[in-house]
Design a binder for this molecule. Structure first.
Ligand SMILES: C[S@@+](CC[C@H](N)C(=O)[O-])C[C@H]1O[C@@H](n2cnc3c(N)ncnc32)[C@H](O)[C@@H]1O
Length: 235
């Protein structure tokens, strides 16, 4: 997943207002963070589009499982540290004042057992009073099963079409995504990625956060429609 896409990721998500989202998150950090420092970690950081908006106020680190995404981020931002790692069990041997995991990256841990481990790992990387902000994937009832999706990018030298199907198997949402990319002076390329994300219930996520040692809360109105935001503060 995301390997062949890394180079085109920022184009396919050209519609996303990262700056506006970062502004809302900064306000939440001001409200909830009790620790004194400004060390910020973005987990599942992708190409670093959110981190870019925090560089003015925070010392930023990004981690992503996908080395291709990490390489794109590293090439763009010299003022941040980027590492390859799995959110379930990475160990950066340091604690942060803020941990973010946005645009539903958390869903990729797939199972409740992995979600529980991930919450513990996040807690272990937080300072006392530090804040965790997670933008989840959908719950089962909010997921639009069966509905096909389409996203396009229409640039002068690059044109992208992504079509996907949506299925549910147990607690997993499965999206088969097909990309067609036409680029100036190149042959058209086609590739497919299967994305499997856990459809986690809100109460269960809150339970895992509390069990890990965080004071947890869910905000229904988050950054994107129907996703909400989890906030945890390390006790
Ligand atoms: C939808 S993208 C979001 C990227 C970025 N946060 C953004 O807002 O543009 C999901 C990201 O999660 C990463 N990811 C998936 N599973 C992961 C895991 N187990 N640990 C760390 N990153 C993971 C993917 O490689 C991808 O970059």
């Amino acid at each position: 997943m995301y390997k062949k896409l890394a180079k085109y990721y920022d184009l396919i998500y050209h519609w996303k207002d990262y700056e506006k989202e970062a502004y809302s998150i900064k306000n939440l950090i001001k409200k909830y963070k009790k620790s004194d420092g400004n060390q910020l970690l973005d987990v599942g950081c992708g190409t670093g589009k959110h981190l870019e908006c925090f560089l003015d106020e925070f010392s930023c680190t990004g981690i992503d499982i996908n080395n291709e995404m990490v390489e794109v981020a590293k090439a763009k931002f010299k003022d941040a540290i980027f590492e390859q790692g799995d959110m379930i069990d990475f160990n950066l041997k340091t604690e942060f004042d803020v941990i973010l995991s946005l645009f539903s990256s958390i869903g990729y841990v797939k199972t409740y057992s992995n979600l529980e481990k991930t919450m513990l790992n996040f807690k272990n990387h937080l300072k006392k009073g530090g804040v965790l902000i997670i933008e989840p994937w959908f719950t089962k009832s909010a997921y639009w099963v069966g509905t096909p999706g389409m996203t396009t990018y229409d640039g002068k030298d690059v044109k992208i079409a992504r079509l996907n199907t949506t299925k549910i198997e147990g607690d997993l949402s499965i999206m088969e995504m097909h990309y067609l990319i036409a680029e100036k002076d190149k042959d058209i390329i086609h590739f497919a990625d299967t994305h499997e994300l856990g459809l986690f219930e809100t109460d269960k996520t809150l339970d895992f956060m509390e069990k890990a040692g965080l004071k947890a809360e869910f905000l229904k109105d988050g950054l994107m429609e129907d996703r909400g935001l989890f906030i945890g503060v390390k006790l």
